[in-house]
Design a protein around this ligand. Structure first.
Ligand code: PRX
Length: 629
C-alpha cells in the first residue's frame, strides 16, 4: 500500500429543502451520531427492538478482536420480519414487489402474496431434502422468483449463495463448489435487449464440474417449455403445486449464517463473504429506513441486480424488513430506448431511486432530452452506490433527474460491510464528490499505515474502527482471508479504499488502494484523473492506468469514450491534457490518451482497469469472469 498523500479539495455544497430534514427519520445527524457514540450498544438495542425476535439477546455485542457477535443468543427469522410481521399488521395487501419485464409485462405481489409464495417454495426446498445450514445456489434472472428463492432459503435456515445471472459456467461452477451447494435454483432463460440468455444451458455446463449439486430447480419461462432431465431437474411450478401452503419460520440463532456472497479479491479466487441472520437484519433494516428515509407510501426502486450485495441488502432484506413497495425491473437501462428508466419512474410513481454512477454517466451521455420527456416529480430521494459519484455526474443527477429538489445519498459500503456505512444523511449539506460522513452507527475514518487519523486534505486509507452489526463474520472456508481485513492496519478493518476527509469530516473516496498510480514519486488516484477528464465537455467516461516508465516510475495512460458528437481529431488530446493540468496539476496529466468505443466493465458497472492495463502491457488479464460481455 502507498503512503499518505495530499489532495486538493474544491468544495461546493448544496443544502436541501429544510422540509426534508424536519420530517426525516434521522432529523438531526449530529445529535444522532453523538447518541450512538455515547452508548453504541444502547443505540443498536433500541433499533433492534423495532423488529420481532423469538428470543431476546443476552448482550447486544461481544467483541473479541477480530471476531464479533451481535445480539448474542437471540433467536429470530429474518423472513418473519420481512413477511409475517407485515401480513399480521396492516401491510397485508400492500404491494411488496412490483415487477416489470423487458416487454412491459407487469406482476405485482402483495405482502400476503409474497408470504404465501415463499412458504410454498420453502416447503418445496424441504421436499428436496434441503434443511438448516445446507447451501443452495441461486442463479436466476431478475424475476420475483429470485427473491422468493432467497426468502424461502432463509425461511428454513438454508444458506443461499446467489450468483449473478450474467456469470458464465466457470464462474458459476467455482462458486457452487466453494459453497458446496446441494441444490441449484435456476431458470431456462433471462431476457436482455430482447434476447434470451440460456441460463439453464450455462448451469448444465457448470454442473459438469460441480458434482455436489444433487437437484436443480428450473423456472421455465420459454414457450415451448424446455425438456428437463428427470433424473436431476425439477420444474419450479410442479414443485409449487404439490407443496404444502404453510411453513413456519425456522428458529435461527442471531449468529447463524444467512447467506454467502462472492466478491473478487485484489488477488486470488473470489471470496465467499459470510453474513449472519441477526446483525445483518438490524443493519439493513436501519439503514434502509434512515438513509433513504422511507415512509409508508414510498415506491422504492433500486436498479441493482439481486445477484450483488446491493440487491441483497437494498432490494430484498432491508426494504422488505421496512415494509416498503419494491420495484424490480428485468432489463437494461437504455432498452428499448434511453428513456426507459424515466418512463418507469413516471408510470410507477417511483419516489426513491437508487442507482450507480456508471448508469448516471451513461444517461448524461444521452443528454437531458430523455429525462425531460417524463414527469419525474414523484421522486423524493436519489441514491448512488458502487464507485465515486464524480461532481459532474452529481450535478447532472441532481438537476436533470432530481429537478434540484431531491437530496442525493451517495452511499459508500461494500459486500463485506453488508450495510451502508458512509453517506450524507437526508437534510444535511451535500458536497459533490464526497460520499459524506459515517452514518450514526458506524465509526469510519481515514488513517495512515499505522492507524493514526490523517489531517483534512491528506489522503489515506479508509478504515472502520468498531465492529458493526452487518459486518462479514468470515470468508467461507478461509478464515485467514477474513483476518487479513483486520490485520493490515492495527485495530482497524481495512476497506482497501483510499479516501480523504475535509475540515467538516466529509469523506471523499478516491479509489481502490491498489488503483493508485505513482508518477515521479507522487501518488495519483485513478478516480481523480478520471473525474478531471470526465469534467471536460467532450468526455463521457474515462479510465486511467499506470504504465511503467523508466524515468518517472509510471506515467498515466487514459482510455476515454467521447460524448455524442465529440471528435477525437482537432487536437482534442492536447486540449484534454491542458484540461487535466489545469484541474490537477502537471503531474496528473496523462502521457497518452486512447479513444475507445466502450470501456471494459464488470457486470456491476465497475471499470476494469486491470483489463486495460494487462492489454497495454501485453500481460494476462487474470480472472475476467466478471467482465461484461
Ligand atoms: O471501492 C469502493 C466502491 O466499491 C467497493 C465495494 O464494492 P462491492 O463490494 O462490489 O460493493 C458495491 C456495492 C456496495 C468499495 O470498496 N464503492 C462502493 N460505494 C462507493 C464506492 N466508492 C465510492 N463511493 C461510493 N459510494
Amino acid at each position: 500500500m502507498a503512503e499518505t498523500f495530499a489532495v486538493k479539495l474544491e468544495e461546493k455544497s448544496y443544502l436541501p429543502d429544510p422540509r426534508c430534514k424536519a420530517t426525516a427519520w434521522t432529523p438531526d445527524y449530529t445529535r444522532a451520531y453523538q447518541e450512538f457514540v455515547r452508548d453504541p450498544e444502547a443505540f443498536w438495542d433500541r433499533i433492534a427492538r423495532e423488529l420481532v425476535w423469538f428470543k431476546p439477546w443476552d448482550r447486544v455485542r461481544e467483541w473479541n478482536y477480530p471476531y464479533a457477535k451481535w445480539f448474542v443468543n437471540a433467536h429470530l427469522n429474518i423472513t418473519y420480519n420481512c413477511l409475517d410481521r407485515h401480513v399480521a399488521g396492516d401491510r397485508k395487501d400492500k404491494p411488496a414487489i412490483v415487477w416489470r419485464g423487458e416487454q412491459g409485462e407487469e406482476r405485482v405481489l402483495s405482502y400476503d402474496g409474497l408470504y404465501r409464495e415463499v412458504m410454498r417454495f420453502a416447503n418445496s426446498l424441504a421436499s428436496l431434502g434441503v434443511g438448516k445450514g445446507d447451501r443452495v445456489c441461486i442463479y436466476m434472472p431478475l424475476v420475483p422468483e429470485q427473491v422468493i428463492a432467497m426468502l424461502a432459503c432463509a425461511r428454513i435456515g438454508a444458506v443461499h449463495s446467489v450468483v449473478f445471472g450474467g456469470f458464465g459456467p466457470d464462474a458459476l461452477a467455482m462458486r457452487i463448489n466453494d459453497a458446496e451447494a446441494k441444490v441449484l435454483i435456476t431458470a431456462d432463460a433471462g431476457y436482455r435487449r430482447g434476447k434470451a440468455i440460456p441460463l439453464l444451458g450455462i448451469a448444465r455446463e457448470a454442473l459438469t464440474h460441480a458434482p455436489c449439486v444433487e437437484r436443480v430447480v428450473v423456472l421455465r419461462r420459454e414457450t415451448p417449455a424446455v425438456d428437463l432431465d428427470p433424473a436431476r431437474e425439477v420444474d419450479y411450478g410442479d414443485l409449487m403445486v404439490h407443496a404444502a401452503p404453510e411453513c413456519p419460520a425456522e428458529t435461527m440463532d442471531a449468529e447463524d449464517p444467512l447467506f454467502i456472497l462472492y466478491t473478487s479479491g485484489s488477488t486470488g479466487a473470489p471470496k465467499g463473504i459470510v453474513h449472519t441472520c441477526g446483525g445483518y437484519m438490524v443493519g439493513t433494516y436501519y439503514t434502509t429506513r434512515h438513509v433513504f428515509d422511507i415512509k409508508e407510501n414510498d415506491v422504492y426502486w433500486c436498479t441493482a441486480d439481486t445477484g450483488w450485495i446491493t440487491g441483497h441488502s437494498y432490494i430484498v432484506y432491508g426494504p422488505l424488513a421496512v415494509g416498503t413497495t419494491v420495484v424490480l425491473v428485468e432489463g437494461t437501462p437504455d432498452y428499448p430506448d434511453p428513456g426507459a428508466y424515466w418512463q418507469l419512474i413516471r408510470d410507477l410513481g417511483v419516489t426513491i431511486f437508487y442507482t450507480a454512477p456508471t448508469a448516471i454517466r451513461m444517461f448524461m451521455r444521452y443528454g437531458d432530452g430523455w429525462p425531460a420527456k417524463y414527469d419525474l416529480s414523484t421522486l423524493r430521494v436519489l441514491g448512488s452506490v458502487g464507485e465515486p459519484l464524480n461532481p459532474e455526474a452529481f450535478e447532472w443527477y441532481y438537476r436533470a433527474i432530481g429537478g434540484g429538489r431531491c437530496p442525493i445519498v451517495d452511499t459508500w459500503w461494500q459486500t463485506e460491510t453488508g450495510m451502508q456505512m458512509v453517506t450524507t444523511m437526508i437534510g444535511e449539506a451535500m458536497k459533490p464528490g464526497f460520499a459524506g460522513k459515517p452514518i450514526p452507527g458506524a465509526v469510519v475514518d481515514v488513517v495512515d499505515r499505522a492507524g493514526n487519523p490523517v489531517p483534512p486534505g491528506t489522503g489515506g486509507f479508509l478504515v472502520i474502527k468498531e465492529p458493526w452489526p452487518a459486518m462479514l463474520r468470515t470468508v467461507h472456508g478461509n478464515d485467514e482471508r477474513y483476518r487479513a481485513y483486520w490485520n493490515t492496519i492495527p485495530g482497524c478493518y481495512t476497506a482497501g479504499d483510499l479516501a480523504v476527509k475535509d475540515q467538516d469530516g466529509y469523506i471523499m473516496v478516491i479509489g481502490r488502494a491498489d488503483d493508485l498510480i505513482v508518477v515521479s514519486g507522487h501518488n495519483i488516484g485513478t478516480a481523480e484523473v478520471e473525474s478531471a477528464l470526465v469534467s471536460h465537455d467532450a468526455v463521457a467516461e474515462a479510465a486511467v492506468i499506470g504504465k511503467p516508465d523508466p524515468l518517472k516510475g509510471n506515467v498515466i495512460k487514459a482510455f476515454v469514450t467521447l460524448r455524442m458528437g465529440a471528435d477525437p481529431g482537432d487536437g482534442l488530446s492536447d486540449e484534454l491534457a491542458r484540461h487535466v493540468r489545469k484541474s490537477l496539476g502537471p503531474v496528473a496529466v496523462p502521457a497518452e490518451i486512447e479513444y475507445m468505443d466502450r470501456l471494459p466493465k464488470t457486470r456491476s458497472g465497475k471499470i476494469m482497469r486491470r483489463v486495460l492495463k494487462a492489454r497495454e502491457l501485453g500481460m494476462d488479464p487474470g480472472d475476467i469472469s466478471t467482465l461484461e460481455e
